[in-house]
Design a protein around this ligand. Structure first.
Ligand code: ZN
Length: 255
């Protein structure tokens, strides 16, 4: 999509669009605030700004004497209908399922609360798996006819066992062998609150605490948890804000 040039005196890389992520650079030691809240600035002066899927309001960025108003471009999202899911995976009612979902969500939230000094995000992102894009970011999902939360990542269909690469360098901060919806799950921390998540895996080949490099294998494609076929669901989140991994990795090239 064509975007207007950024009218901001602070150098920013990325797209001012719903689901976009910006990397900014200021003189080292200069504080930065986004909507009046201070954000982490690295020793080199790097910081991150995310636009949510539905961001409508302009985002005010301030650093020293510089003020910028970033108006995210609007997008339209698809509606995606998925039928044939087991009913207990769409509307779980069993107390043990609900307890598992609560525990899974708490573990994911905890990983996404991390605010580390790492700056692994500067190396950029690549597709962890290539294949048919079977689910776009932001799509409104209708599961077995029931409207559900929007799709907060991208899905890439690939055969079971296809190696999954780390989309960027980082540290493994969550390994879970059996989440109710997500199945085998890995979360990587890339610094400053930016994490990536990989779910439905058939196998996980990394351990919590381990450092991984961009392109390093972290596991294999599967269909564990709530999945109707083998694929990788890949998500990228800045604290609570989901961004579109497609915008970070760019067009998909076969490897
Ligand atoms: Zn997905």
């Amino acid at each position: 999509m064509a975007l207007p040039a950024l009218a901001c005196a602070i150098p920013l890389e990325g797209q001012v669009v719903q689901g976009g992520l910006l990397t900014g650079r200021v003189a080292p030691g200069t504080p930065v605030s986004v909507m009046g809240k201070p954000v982490r600035v690295s020793a080199e002066g790097l910081f991150l700004v995310a636009f949510s899927r539905d961001a409508i309001e302009p985002v005010e960025l301030k650093s020293g004497l510089v003020n910028c108003t970033l108006q995210p471009q609007k997008r339209t999202y698809k509606i995606s209908r998925i039928d044939g899911l087991p009913p207990q995976k769409v509307t779980p009612r069993a107390p043990e399922d609900l307890a598992r979902i609560r525990a899974d969500n708490a573990a994911i939230r905890e990983a996404r609360r991390l605010d580390t000094a790492a700056t692994d995000f500067v190396g950029g992102f690549q597709w962890p798996v290539t294949g048919r894009l079977s689910g776009a970011f932001g799509a409104q999902r209708i599961l077995n006819g029931k409207p559900r939360q929007y799709h907060n990542g991208v899905d890439v269909a690939a055969p079971i066992g296809t190696p999954i690469a780390a989309a960027a360098s980082g540290r493994v901060v969550l390994v879970h062998q059996d989440m109710f919806f997500a199945g085998k799950t890995v979360i990587l921390d890339h610094g400053h609150g930016l994490t990536s998540i990989y779910i439905h895996m058939s196998e996980i080949t990394v351990k919590e605490g381990q450092r991984v490099k961009t392109g390093g294998t972290i596991g294999r494609v599967g269909m564990t948890g709530r999945a109707t076929g083998p694929h990788l669901h890949w998500g990228v989140t800045l604290f609570g804000t989901h961004v579109d991994p497609h915008l970070l990795a760019g067009p998909m090239k076969a490897r």
